[in-house]
Write a protein that binds this ligand. Structure first.
Ligand code: DC
Length: 222
């Protein structure tokens, strides 16, 4: 049987970079499920479809094709109708759209099998909001990774500035707070720690310490 590690937590807790590094050390595949919601968000932005339950959104979900693949370096690539949109989905506008559209139950249902299939055939660290609670409730290890809103906004700010984007810290912090609110208050699969998860708070940990902590939690359980 393949091994599944569910890694959930709020936006900007460092889940993706930490999980990618831990997965590479453990020889697992890293699956970033947020990229799937972002891709649906991008598709809706392109079609000017509102991120709400509607016949337009239903039609869009029927028409689009979302796929996950991996490049030769083992990095995840997400395809929208065959186009590699992995970089295009990283803007603050797409982040906000993804947060809104991920509250629509049909969107969550649409992505469920795709996520579960990834874990059927591979050892995975899967990162998201509802992996331990909904997508992979039988995951052998469940981790809830968190940090203070200020620490999370600070990290995302640094990341975007390094990419040459013109952003303000205050805007990033209010985005983090708004997305936290959306993610924890939606009716379907809200962000919350699974009862059988281990919480890891990275506010005071640097990157290497966070990776070590995650690996030690995993090794203790497997
Ligand atoms: O992890 P991220 O910031 O790339 O995720 C983008 C949005 O997608 C986030 O606001 C919440 C949503 N999301 C979700 O609802 N469920 C997941 N498993 C992953 C992401």
């Amino acid at each position: 049987m393949s091994i599944a590690i569910a890694l959930d937590g709020p936006a900007g807790a460092g889940k993706s970079t930490i999980a990618r590094q831990a997965a590479s050390k453990l020889g697992y595949i890293y699956v970033d499920t947020g990229a799937l919601y972002r891709t649906i968000g991008l598709a809706a932005m392109r079609r000017e479809t509102e991120p709400v339950d509607s016949p337009e959104l239903d039609a869009m979900l029927e028409q689009i094709k979302v796929e996950l693949t991996f490049n030769e370096n083992g990095e995840q690539i997400v395809l929208l109708d065959g186009e590699d949109v992995s970089s295009l989905i990283r803007t603050p506008e797409v982040s906000m759209m993804a947060s809104k559209i991920s509250a629509v139950p049909k969107v969550r249902a649409y992505l469920l099998d795709l996520q579960r299939n990834m874990a059927k055939t591979n050892d995975v660290i899967m990162d998201g909001r509802d992996i331990g609670t909904v997508v992979l409730p039988d995951a052998q290890v469940k981790i809830f990774l968190t940090a203070s809103p200020e620490a999370r906004a600070g990290r995302r700010y640094k990341e975007l500035i390094e990419k040459g984007m013109d952003v303000k810290f205050e805007d990033i912090l209010s985005d983090v707070i708004e997305r936290d609110y959306n993610d924890t208050h939606r009716e379907t699969a809200p962000l919350k720690a699974a009862e059988d998860s281990v919480t890891v708070d990275t506010t005071e940990l640097d990157f290497d310490q966070s990776v070590e902590k995650i690996i030690s939690v995993i090794k203790e359980k497997i």
